[in-house]
Design a binder for this molecule. Sequence first.
Ligand SMILES: *Cc1c(COP(=O)(O)O)cnc(C)c1O
Length: 420
Amino acid sequence: MEKYESFMKALKCRECGREYPLTATHVCEFDFGPLEVAYDYERIKKSMTRAAIEARPQTMWRYRELLPVAGEPTVGFKVGYTPLIKADRLARRLGIRELWIKNDTVNYPTLSFKDRVVSVALSRARELGFTTVACASTGNLANSVAANAAAAGLKAYVFIPSDLEQSKILNSLVYGANVIAIKGHYDEVNRLCAEIAGKFGWAFVNVNMRPYYAEGSKSMGYEICEQLGWRLPNHTVVPMASGSLLTKIYKSYQEFQKLGLTPEGPFKIHGAQATGCSPISVAQKAGLDFFKPVKPNTIAKSLSIGTPADGFYALRVMKDSGGAADDVTDDEIREGIRLLAEHEGIFAETAGGVTVGVAKKLIASGRISPNDSAVLCITGNGLKTLDAIVGQVGHPREIKPSLRDFESLLAAENLTPVAA
Ligand SMILES: *Cc1c(COP(=O)(O)O)cnc(C)c1O
């Protein structure tokens, strides 16, 4: 077994570059810029070779040097290394040469990409001595904090908007977490959590632990590169809530290029939102550097953040990489869910429908060229958002347990079976 050691240098302000110790803190005291983890890339370059990575267990911790924990992770050691699927049937349907699905619908243990960020945040929280963890969530984060905290013996408080899907609520309660439903939308939940985090000494994974939490998202990008055979896709389509995942996929590709793990070359990062909550995509399409906050109204509740914390940086990533953003209606989201299910056998939640729907638009409009390669980040499981498609995907035909009834059903539907 290789030994874990820390390659973190400091927390660093994204705006002014001031450095801070590696504690539970997330904003610069001088200009209120967000803090980000800085690493010792010279040292990382020596220990992180393709061969070293390939020899490690197939989890996201195989990229340990670029993840912000000081010692051995203690939470979520089975997370990540989800399948990257060559989606030839969907590629033909959407009209593109090479299409891949990064399938985080089967992430461990709570079936969404959030298991990545939570494993990092809780492992780091334990290193810093916390025994109570918390989060402000649109659903999947609450599920993952609840489950991982239970397994780690940590106390958990999860704060959610009260209008969340039943299954997302149950998927938090079952683990014994304290679930607090706030009568308000996510941005109000988030504001309250900032106050609570300041008053109680808890590790809020996406408030005071946000610099560590956010870094966990990079693992999705590293896996895409390695699973493609150590190369970058021309295009990556990423769903956006706060915009954090999109900025971290960009960072992961840049880091792999800088470390010589993938060849240098251009790549475009595209962002996907639901039209009912599209502050970032509206700004991108208008060519603006800043978004205008909105009140969310869409079935894609996991992406319903009207004031996205990383919206500004997500816009900059799309500009710098030459990517685009777009958004889709609730009907297009359901169509996206069906397209992915019917062509690739993958059942995604509403956020996945958003990503597929937006990819379809980007390909149709030429913003993604049909001769290029593209990866779609599918981030959550459809079993958690059944409410969104009830009555929208057909219904079973009911018959009596009789062969004659079955045959008349086939005849009525003009489905003559081929004789044996
Ligand atoms: C949280 C989440 C995202 C992206 O969130 P960001 O805040 O933009 O990092 C995407 N898909 C699903 C299903 C999520 O739960």
